[in-house]
Design a binder for this molecule. Structure first.
Ligand code: UGA
Length: 440
């Protein structure tokens, strides 16, 4: 099938590469010429396991092409997917500007029937805005060409996006007529595996499903983070509690890991946008607001522990392992490591940082100030540091040389925002170990 995808960001690119891999003819469009040039040469602009290989193979096979020519892309695709960014507005609601610009471009160039699909995470009602924008542009050309709009949110996780796309739990499709539903079923048939994974529903429900999924997951995390702070105060061990409740299949083990707060480009943005949607229709999303507030507080917890330990932090140096908001990505958007770094700087401390993938993205945010030292290995980051803080659970941080850490860290103390170690093991080496929701 012929597919055109607007936006060569994370969602657009993974979607384009995976559809091409399934044998479709895919064109990916972006206004950023330098990016398109790089992609044409087979270079993925971000770190995501598996995408490089898919790009190379499908570009070589001629199934995947990149262009800045929107008109050519609109001519090409029966399915036109909008996967451009929806950054949060100042008030937390999703900014539809880029989505609607693409919708107008589609209206400007289309010559025959198209299925116009929103893939970006957009608030309830957005598909109708897209329909209106396409229609208005068509009318301004005095054209009356038929098209359908579809809501088809993505559920990709950074770090396992290719796997998530190729083997989805579900594919959500929001349509307003059965014929478009059938077209979408056919499009996703290669990814069904043993049973049909496509769930067809009305457009508003599909749009809300995306927010509901992310807000539910964020709720689980904030709930556990809140409990971890209570555990700290009543002398309980949150890891024991986690295992205790996770064994109930109604609760489950997934997404109940306490930590230094959730980050990334999705949860913080989508939780705020959902609250904003409630506000716009006069309904107060109390639980969703609390999830957000708990997360903001949680991002300070590790700093509070460091501050409580040292008292005065001026002149201290803290090693930080992990900058990305989670492992297997170089994404540092809303990463708890940034909150910690900024709080430490505010208190007069310096940081020595290590991350296997996200050093360049952090450099792009902060440059090279005096109180930030980029280190090539976890061990180098701890050289000359008073304490170690761990913010991302990259595999290479899971079994460090504790003996060496006890020799290197001046204050012999670790602050672990991911509960990576058994406290009994760490303390055996003469190190003090502060983690999340566990007794010291
Ligand atoms: C999230 C959703 O998981 C995807 O299903 C969704 O498609 C995506 O957002 C999106 O809307 O595009 P992602 O942001 O890549 O995916 O990352 P997650 O793996 O969900 O992690 C989000 C944050 O929660 C991370 O900071 C992680 O460390 C934190 N987390 C996760 C916890 O603190 N505890 C947990 O138990 C799980």
């Amino acid at each position: 099938m012929n597919i055109s995808i607007f936006g060569s960001g994370y969602v657009g690119l993974v979607t384009a590469a995976c559809f091409a891999e399934a044998g479709n003819e895919v064109i990916c469009v972006d206004i950023d010429e330098a990016r398109i040039q790089k992609l044409t040469e087979g270079h993925c602009p971000f770190y995501e396991p598996g995408v490089d290989d898919l790009l190379k193979r499908n570009v070589e096979a001629g199934r995947l092409r990149f262009t800045t020519d929107a008109k050519a892309a609109i001519d090409h695709g029966l399915f036109i997917m909008i996967a451009v960014g929806t950054p949060p507005d100042e008030d937390g609601s999703a900014d539809l500007r880029h989505v609607l610009t693409v919708a107008r471009t589609i209206g400007e160039h289309m010559k025959e029937y198209k299925v116009v699909i929103t893939k970006s995470t957009v608030p309830v009602g957005s598909a109708e805005h897209v329909r209106r924008a396409v229609n208005e542009t068509l009318s301004s050309r005095s054209e009356n060409i038929e098209f359908d709009v579809v809501s088809n949110p993505e559920f990709l996780k950074e770090g396992s996006a290719v796997e998530d796309f190729m083997k989805p739990d579900r594919t959500i499709v929001g349509v307003d007529n059965p014929r478009t539903g059938e077209l979408m079923r056919a499009l996703y048939a290669p990814f069904n595996r043993s049973r049909d994974r496509v769930i067809v529903m009305d457009i508003a429900s599909s749009e809300l499903t995306k927010y509901a999924a992310n807000a539910m997951l964020a709720t689980k995390i904030s709930f556990m983070n809140e409990l971890s702070n209570l555990a700290d105060r009543v002398g309980a061990d949150i890891e024991a509690v986690r295992k205790g409740i996770g064994s109930d299949p109604r609760i489950g083990y997934k997404f109940i890991y306490p930590g230094a707060g959730y980050g990334g480009s999705c949860f913080p943005k989508d939780v705020s946008a959902l609250s904003k949607t409630g506000e716009q229709v006069g309904y107060n999303m109390e639980l969703v607001d609390a999830v957000n507030a708990v997360n903001h507080r949680q991002k300070q917890v590790l700093f509070d522990k460091i501050k409580a330990y040292f008292g005065d932090l001026s002149g201290k140096t803290i090693a930080i392992w992990g900058l990305a908001f989670k492992p297997n990505t170089d994404d540092v958007r809303e990463a708890p490591a940034r909150d910690l770094m900024e709080a430490l700087w505010g208190a007069g401390a310096a940081v020595r940082v290590h991350d296997p993938e996200a050093m360049d993205t952090i450099r792009a945010c902060y440059g090279e100030p005096e109180n930030l030292t980029y280190c090539n290995s976890p061990a180098e980051a701890t050289q000359g540091a008073d304490a170690l803080a761990i913010l991302t659970e990259w595999k290479l941080y899971h079994s460090p040389n504790f003996e060496q850490l006890a020799e290197t860290l001046t204050a012999k103390v670790i602050f672990d925002g991911r509960n990576l170690f058994d406290p009994a093991v760490v303390t055996r080496f003469g190190l003090e170990y502060h983690s999340i929701g566990r007794p010291v």
